[in-house]
Design a protein around this ligand. Structure first.
Ligand code: ADP
Ligand code: MG
Length: 230
């Protein structure tokens, strides 16, 4: 899925406690279909904001966001809910697994929401768990897993419905280097196997090296296209 931002600005409105923050200032950018784009930039530079706008979790204050030819910034809530459910996978720094569901149920969640038949869900969860080497942990609960295992379960959940767009916000930020490396390897494998467009925000140079394109966020602007050969 090709992603396009046209003259996007984003401002967090001022409140009683805080001044307004202009995070993005007239940003235009395009991420080609099938790219593995990496967002880098200092803490607070706006990487998560940009991911949330790309993922239609938030709407820009001004400007337009497109998934392919669909302008997501113009869709109503019902259409957005469907789009997030069908074409998006999200991976977070703190995994965001549901603590009361076991690994199988967590990974099944997007397909359960989509009301897929039980047999299909079981088959696809098993396949996704194999893909992240967690087949043996299906009946375990999140609090019984290591950080690396939790993130692998979260990746299985994010890819179970084969979304054309996979977003990851500091996916290795809460892992030691060995588990971080494993998660990156897994994302690269998913990218090679299914060719989703991946957009990953990261602090880590090791993670940034996984991408096919680097987008640097600084002072409300982006610098695009420091291309990495690999
Ligand atoms: N919901 C919010 N309300 C107000 N300000 C916010 C909100 N979310 C983020 N910010 C501010 O926007 C800026 C960019 O944040 P963020 O996108 O989280 O950056 P990064 O992910 O690069 O660390 C920061 O100054 C942050 O404090
Ligand atoms: Mg962030």
């Amino acid at each position: 899925m090709r992603i396009r931002l046209e003259n996007v600005s984003h401002l967090y409105a001022p409140s009683d406690e805080s001044a307004g923050v202009q995070v993005l200032d007239d940003v235009s950018l395009e991420i080609p279909s099938g790219a593995f784009a990496v967002l880098i930039g200092a803490s607070g530079s706006g990487k998560s904001t940009l991911l949330n706008l790309i993922g239609a979790v938030d709407r820009p204050t001004s400007g337009r966001v497109f998934h392919g030819d669909v302008e997501t910034s113009a869709l109503d809530e019902a259409r957005l809910t469907r789009l997030r459910r069908e074409s998006l996978g999200f991976i977070f720094q703190f995994f965001n697994l549901i603590p009361t569901l076991n690994v199988f149920e967590n990974v099944a969640f997007p397909l359960s929401l989509a009301k897929r038949p039980r047999k299909e869900i079981a088959d696809r969860v098993r396949e996704a768990l194999e893909e992240v080497s967690l087949g043996h942990r299906a009946t375990h609960f999140p609090n019984e897993l290591s950080g690396g295992e939790m993130q692998r379960a979260a990746i299985a959940r994010a890819i179970i419905h084969r979304p054309p767009l996979l977003l990851a916000d500091e996916p290795t930020g809460n892992l030691d280097s060995k588990n971080g490396a494993h998660v990156l390897e897994l994302l690269q494998r998913v990218h090679a196997a299914h060719k989703p467009t991946i957009v990953m925000a990261t602090h880590s140079a090791q993670a940034a090296a996984c991408g096919t394109t680097v987008i640097e966020v600084a002072d409300g602007r982006v610098r695009h296209g420091l291309r990495i050969e690999n």
